[in-house]
Design a protein around this ligand. Sequence first.
Ligand code: FES
Length: 576
Amino acid sequence: MANDHSGTGFKRGLTHYGDMGFASFLRRSFAKSMGYTEEDLDRPVIGIANTASGFNNCHRSVPDLVEAVKRGVMYCGGLPIEFPTISLGEPYLNPTSMMFRNLMAMDTEEMIRAQPMDAVVLIGGCDKTLPAQLMAAASINLPAISLVVGPMLTGSWRGERLGACTDCRLQWGRYRAGEIDDEQIVEAGSELSTTAGTCMVMGTASTMALMTEALGMMLPGGAAIPAVHAERLRIAERTGQRAVEMVDERLIPETIMTPKAFSNAFRVLLAVGGSTNALIHMTAVAGRRGIKVDLEAFDRMGRETPVLVDLKPSGSNYMEDLYKAGGLGPILRELQPLLHLDCKTVTGRTLGEEVGQAPLWEQEIVKSIHAPLKSEGGIAVLKGNLAPETAIIKQSAATPELLVHEGRAVVFESLEDLADRIDHPDLEVEKDDILILRNAGPRGAPGMPESGYIPIPKKLAARGVKDMVRMSDARMSGTAFGTIVLHICPEAAVGGTLSLVQNGDRIRLDVPSRRLDLLVDSPLLAVRRSKWKPPTLPVGSERGYLRLYLDHVEQAHQGCDFDVLKPTFSGVTTPD
Ligand code: FES
């Protein structure tokens, strides 16, 4: 039901009792039970989305941030009120956190709309939380400002610097190959995530934080400050202050989240060698503003956007190093000629004005655009008969020699099939083969889990094979690496060509030409298609959220949002 927001603060959106005067009286009376005065209840109300949860280690510091935001709100004469929303801690959710991103977006949107607030501070961080909050902000169009929890600090094991979670995968790969033993893997595991905060490599959380700052929805400098640094509390306080000012200025997401601003965010995604997941998430956020992402234009952007940031998994450093190097500031400074500098940000100033003010010093983490880490952007978009609607590859984290490769398909029907057979000694596989995982897309798994990082079969890993070409309709953690094709669209579960691949088929990957082809004749494919049957629906799909999810989730190239949550397409695309 549409809400009445003609009032402000506690007068917004009164509860329907049939008597508005009574509704206002009752609300104030109940609110006063929390100790507020009449004067308090006349102040602008700043909602604070509290995503603390015992199932989200990354958000361990959220209570401290809430207090700092409250301080900032009160300094500026506002009334801060925190409210809980769903929190998604990446490793705790079954079958995968991605299935619940839209649920969190719905929860956040509806609680902002239903409760009386004039602006909202969104405290996110762990992979799906920030995208869900941005999707909500884009839909609600109330003054909104993002604050992230910030990245973790690195740990150290036997003289080796470790960080979540590129090094989780490296250590696990060493364990699978027999290079370290049971005791050592447990020891290393204690040093991978050692503080509050999000994964400190250029995974999804770091990528989304930097993109959100570039989009203009976060205070400058807000993306890279470590979670446990005192500056994180200071920026939380400034965020609270700014939220109050945004109410007066009526600075809403519609003004900030423009096609050009999304273009800036995508430019940053490419320049930081960011997570492939961020492409899906920002496509969903743009979709909430009625803006479509043109993946071929994104690919063209990638060809002229070098990777500048030397962070794992594309490089060798961590977010705390980027913070010491100046955070997003030096990245934007290098990218200036490629950015839309006239986009407005939550500060009320333009991105160009913010870039001009960012301090600069000698550092080695952000490379010059004239001497980049890699000459092309991190993500390439592929097309071909195996991916008629596109697939992607994170080429910055791939083995260069495998970017053009033809091989024999070794097919895994599902995640369960993969788990059952990948390490079986009888698996017929050689290092030049192409591992295929299907039925792991948005509908297939369901939830499009991060299972695209198919492990190297144990018998090949033991022979020293470190990388193979792998392909799926799944996603991959931004912290992972390898020659891995992801997001094949349409997915197998809806009858995409991926569902027709058979063991022994030849497949050709050609990243420089942006091609992905199944080398099987069309007539034979037509025969296979005529015999194809959709996979059986997962247990529990007859009701509840899973039913809703399966009925409405869109494909990866559309952002995996629910069709019913998007407005009509405005006719505008991004990036330009
Ligand atoms: Fe939360 Fe990686 S597990 S950001």
